[in-house]
Design a protein around this ligand. Structure first.
Ligand SMILES: [Zn+2]
Ligand SMILES: [Zn+2]
Length: 218
């Protein structure tokens, strides 16, 4: 049986197979799926252990990230193509199944990337694999359609209320939205002194503060 490297998350161990260097707790990796038609699994390395006395037979204890398709609720329209959920599902795998390192960004830093590479993913939810529930179970929603932000979709921001809109939801093409220098949404354009106070309170606040109770994950 594999012998655990002493001290909980000692990651000083370097896997040199195929020149993959894992040195820090929380390094993320792509692991080959047994079903080769499926994309590789995304995992966070918790610890590394070697069964052989000379550091052979290396095994990694991982915490799986689930892709939306692998969750009980399945993929939903607001899930990004590079979205993964940090699950509570741990496993021990042979280091041989590691295909390479990858980056799992926070949602915020993912949306600030200049370019998204194949090894870039983002995570904004923890996922409980037994119940299929998410943490947080509420998330800010935008637009008339009241959907959470999918970073794959272009949105246009109203200069008055700061809400974001899908061009298709406001009868605009993506091309038009990209060209648009100023945009005021329908409610703000129609505004004639009857605007509610809440509406103004939202102005200038960060998007995160506009956590809506309207959308519950479960
Ligand atoms: Zn919309
Ligand atoms: Zn507006």
């Amino acid at each position: 049986r594999p012998r655990a490297v002493p001290t909980g998350t000692c990651l000083r161990y370097v896997i040199v197979t195929r020149l993959i260097h894992l040195e820090r707790a929380g390094d993320c990796v792509l692991m080959r799926s047994a079903d080769t038609s499926k994309p590789p699994y995304v995992a966070k390395v918790e610890s590394i252990e070697a069964a052989g006395s000379r550091g052979t037979n290396v095994r990694v204890r991982v915490r799986w990230y689930y892709r939306p398709e692998e969750s009980i609720g399945g993929r939903r329209p607001f899930h990004g193509s590079k979205e993964v959920f940090l699950s509570d599902h741990y496993d021990v795998q042979s280091a041989d199944t590691i295909e390479g390192k990858c980056n799992v960004h926070s949602f915020r830093s993912y949306t600030k990337l200049d370019s998204v590479n194949a090894e870039d993913f983002f995570c904004r939810f923890d996922y409980k694999s037994a119940s299929g529930s998410f943490v947080p179970d509420r998330i800010a929603v935008f637009c008339k359609c009241e959907m959470p932000y999918n970073p794959d979709d272009l949105m246009i921001q109203c200069e008055e209320c700061s809400d974001w809109f899908h061009p298709s939801c406001i009868g605009m093409t993506i091309k038009e939205a990209k060209k648009r220098e100023h945009f005021f949404c329908q409610s703000c354009t129609a505004e004639n002194g009857k605007t509610t106070e809440n509406f103004h309170e939202a102005t200038g606040q960060s998007e995160e503060k506009r956590i809506s109770e309207k959308l519950r994950m479960h």
